[in-house]
Design a protein around this ligand. Sequence first.
Ligand code: HEM
Ligand code: HEM
Ligand code: MTE
Ligand code: MO
Length: 329
Amino acid sequence: MGGRRTNLALLFLLALAFLTGWLAFAFFGWPSRLVLVVHALAGIGLLLLVPWKSLIARRALSRRRRPRVWWASLVLGVGLAISLAFGFLHSAGRWYVGGDLTAMEFHVGAAICILPFAVWHVLARPLRVRRAEVAALLTRRSFLRLGAFGAAAAGALLVLPQARRSPSGSYELGSFAPAEMPGTQWMFDSVPVVSGDAAVLSVGGRRVGYGELARFSDTVRCQLDCTGGWYATQDWEGVWLSRLLGPAPAWARSILVRSVTGYSRRFPVESLPALLLAVRAGSLPLDPAHGFPARLVAPGQRGFWWVKWVSSVEFDALPDWWQPPFPLQ
Ligand code: HEM
Ligand code: HEM
Ligand SMILES: Nc1nc2c(c(=O)[nH]1)N[C@H]1C(S)=C(S)[C@@H](COP(=O)(O)O)O[C@H]1N2
Ligand SMILES: [Mo]
């Protein structure tokens, strides 16, 4: 394969891996698996191109006039290798690294770190794409070949033994034993101290005491699937949000759920019937790490939607897409 074509393929696969990785985080269940099959193929494709890329890199580095910031390209290479290694570690079952850290966190962390290096690498090296080359790639035959390869690989990935794994790739941990479930923050949030007696929740501006919340016992059994690589099923108990808030007024376009920490998520009004404000898991009060006094339960949504230490819930006139796709805190 020619050097230019190798670099083009690398660019395509890198972009595909990055995009599908975030898409997988946005989805819950089987849609997540579907994009992860493409994600894994992109990762494997990058790995397969290493011999060709090594040739390009060695040639460029051995020239008398070396590229000026060649070390940044090595950072890119090492970072990519780290990300790939942790991606495979996660899928191979070594998903827990130690402390609070998971292989998935290293996998995504390394990928984010190399992003600026990748952008610079491509922008600083003019890559002249010839139309004939693109045309050669876009033939019927190459599509059929790619399709056949993709289908075979997807089949293999789907039938591989997936013990205690959810379709999103997460491993089961602490189901029906909330105390064994990890306390997890999205990025920088930390567990606040909230006193149960003093805790009040603002429901559309009205103040509701924790004691009042604790009298409800609406229950839903569902899965908390953290993008960190684990999931747990619990019997969540509390009060349906629709009971607290009542029917949505005509002007409402979203439901805004805020935490005492400032963390918040916005939901489409249509999801109101599905949302539960939980005060217990497995009939025991939530402990501080898991959101005491009250946390949101959003069945069918990934963990980062399950706002902990809820301080207010309200209807809002802004649409639900008026927020970053992932929390920034
Ligand atoms: C440089 C970019 C990236 C590359 C090359 C890459 C590559 C890989 C590879 C090779 C695997 C193992 C696949 C398998 O064995 O099934 C993997 C797994 C995974 N990656 Fe990435 N990845 C990248 C970025 C990301 C990002 C940014 C995210 C999320 C935001 C992400 C999310 C995941 C997830 C959830 C898995 C687990 C899949 C499973 O358990 O089947 N990746 N990745
Ligand atoms: C996938 C990760 C990649 C790694 C680890 C990587 C690594 C390297 C290294 C180490 C060099 C030699 C040193 C240098 O020129 O700085 C190099 C050169 C180069 N790379 Fe990459 N690269 C990657 C992706 C890409 C992509 C996506 C493109 C363009 C679309 C690209 C285009 C080039 C070009 C044009 C050169 C110069 C070749 C020459 O001067 O003969 N690379 N790359
Ligand atoms: N306020 C707040 N709520 C939060 C988070 C956070 O960082 N801050 N993290 C979310 C994420 S990413 C997950 S997976 C779940 C974890 O819930 P747990 O700690 O009970 O396991 O809480 C969610 N709720
Ligand atoms: Mo999470």
